[in-house]
Design a protein around this ligand. Structure first.
Ligand code: SAH
Length: 213
């Protein structure tokens, strides 16, 4: 579990790449500059940790591309102290970005292997989510709702209604929607019954799976 000057230098260059690609939120860039992404990846891939690409983790899943993590986090408009729900814990990297920004984080993962691995791993780096849940993200986390923001880190075939219902007024749901290619959708709750939808281009995610399909 080493973070060397070499890794830190590579992270600075990654942050420059993300700035060139249009990421401007200083808190997001600071989180990416701070978090040792190479430690979230299997050792065989460590040399690739600071290029702007997605990579395989356990259970046929991926750690999202740094640009995608940065863009989704920027779109979520996270402030310190916000209560955020993440769907798709995976490696825990996105969870760490949210924690580094001062959010209180709840995160749901449906694959037991990843859930257990990440639950053990994050505290080793000092990252303490409020709750990691082994369960189905489609239903959200009603007992802890409402949230200041909800971020879905897998491609959803449609927008699950429970996630919209669990937003505070003024809060955002950031969710990639589509099958092979996803469009980044941002829903802002404008009142108890109304939502404003914006879209932000194409991304590629592993699928948000229903039941045990
Ligand atoms: N945020 C992660 C991205 C992992 S990829 C990271 O930074 O590494 C997406 C994750 O969503 C996978 O781990 C996958 O197992 C999980 N997932 C897929 N369908 C899900 C569902 N219905 N509920 C919760 N998690 C789900």
């Amino acid at each position: 579990m080493k973070d060397t000057f070499t890794h830190q230098g590579m992270r600075k260059r990654l942050v420059d790449v993300l700035k060139q690609k249009g990421i401007s939120n200083a808190d997001v860039l600071n989180a990416i500059n701070t978090i040792p992404r190479h430690l979230f990846m299997d050792s065989g891939f460590i040399d690739h940790a600071y290029v702007d690409k997605a990579f395989p983790i356990a259970a046929d899943q991926t750690i999202s591309q740094p640009y995608t993590v940065a863009k989704q986090t920027e779109l979520l408009c996270v402030k310190s102290g916000d209560k955020i729900l993440e769907i798709g814990t995976g490696s825990g990297y996105q969870t760490a970005v949210l924690l580094e920004m001062g959010a209180t984080v709840y995160s749901i993962e449906r694959q037991n292997e990843l859930f257990k691995k990440t639950k053990r791993f994050l505290p080793k780096l000092g990252y303490r989510p409020k709750r990691l849940i082994f369960g189905d993200g489609y239903i959200g986390l009603k007992e802890e709702a409402p949230f200041d923001g909800i971020i879905v880190t897998a491609g959803a075939p449609y927008v699950p209604n429970p996630l919209l219902a669990q937003l505070k007024v003024g809060a955002k749901l950031v969710i990639p929607v589509g099958d092979k290619v996803q469009i980044m959708n941002v829903f802002t709750r404008t009142s108890a019954t109304e939502f404003n939808k914006e879209t932000f281009g194409e991304f590629r995610f592993v699928p948000l799976l229903e039941d045990k399909n």
